[in-house]
Design a protein around this ligand. Structure first.
Ligand code: ADP
Length: 257
């Protein structure tokens, strides 16, 4: 990765103009947070590898060379309670970039996984800091298995990579520039109906039989809908339950396959 090359072909108006590229970091989200605490906003942290990449609940996220490991420091003008709108916008932006640049059908598994052919090729982790009703900053972590051999990952992760699914390597530079452009566009429409509708349409969780483990226990049912606040509406035991956060396992396909 080369900073000047990324910047010279970048078509964004503002996102990525402050781009900080590292060869190896612990976690791009951690670097982003320490910068955010010092008042930095609208910066992008990009690393070639992470030694301590994280998913939700501090689960580890493998980040070998060949992937895109990126964090953004943003301050959208939304209430902290609507932070899931950021996740929606980032999911949509990442799918758009992958779909349009590589002609692949990128999908979203609720709440924060990017899938191609039902296999996980990326993930999103948003961490926010708020001061009462004000969002101080949001750290948007985005990891994409771009040019990675997924056979190194345990099979139960159902992980893959863009290069594996395509059968050839992907141009990292173009993908990074395209991602930043889509992220900028989606950011400016955060909370809008268009983002919500596309997030819903790109979902592979909608209509599926799932098992969701959340703080309030485990639920099994069919996903009847996805609400505009990011919640799953789960039909279970003759009623519909709202689930805002949790681990979701797809049990079978829409047609029961
Ligand atoms: P999920 O939303 O799928 O539960 P998390 O956001 O918790 O995932 O991310 C961490 C989990 O993702 C890990 O426990 C592991 O199962 C899986 N994982 C870790 N690194 C990768 C990777 N590079 N590609 C795909 N899956 C990964």
């Amino acid at each position: 990765m080369d900073l000047d090359q990324i910047l010279s072909g970048l078509k964004t108006r503002w996102l990525g103009k402050d781009l900080r590229l590292y060869t190896r970091v612990g976690s791009t989200n951690d670097i982003a947070r320490s910068l955010a605490q010092r008042g930095v906003r609208n910066a992008v942290i990009l690393a070639e590898t992470q030694s301590e990449g994280r998913g939700r609940l501090s689960r580890s996220w493998e980040s070998p060379r060949g992937g895109i490991w990126m964090s953004l420091i943003l301050q959208p003008d939304i209430p902290p309670a609507h932070a899931c709108w950021i996740n929606m916008a980032v999911c949509v932006a990442a799918c758009r970039a992958i779909s349009s640049l590589l002609d692949m059908d990128a999908k979203i598994k609720w709440p924060n996984d990017l899938l191609i052919n039902e296999r996980k090729v990326g993930g999103i982790l948003i961490e926010i800091s708020s001061d009462g009703p004000h969002l101080e900053y949001a750290i948007v972590g985005l990891g994409i298995n771009a040019n990675i051999d997924p056979s190194a990952f345990p099979p139960e992760w159902m992980a893959s990579s863009l290069s594996y699914e395509l059968g050839h390597e992907v141009p990292l530079l173009i993908l990074i520039q395209g991602l930043l452009l889509e992220l900028e566009e989606a950011y400016e429409r955060i909370g809008g109906d268009e983002i919500y509708q596309e997030w819903r349409q790109r979902s592979v969780t909608l209509g599926r039989m799932v098992r969701i483990a959340s703080n309030s226990g485990e639920l099994v049912g069919e996903v009847e809908d996805l609400a505009d606040d990011g919640a799953i509406l789960l039909r279970t035991g003759g009623r519909v339950v709202r689930v805002l956060a949790g681990d979701c396992i797809h049990l079978r396909g829409v047609e029961g396959t």
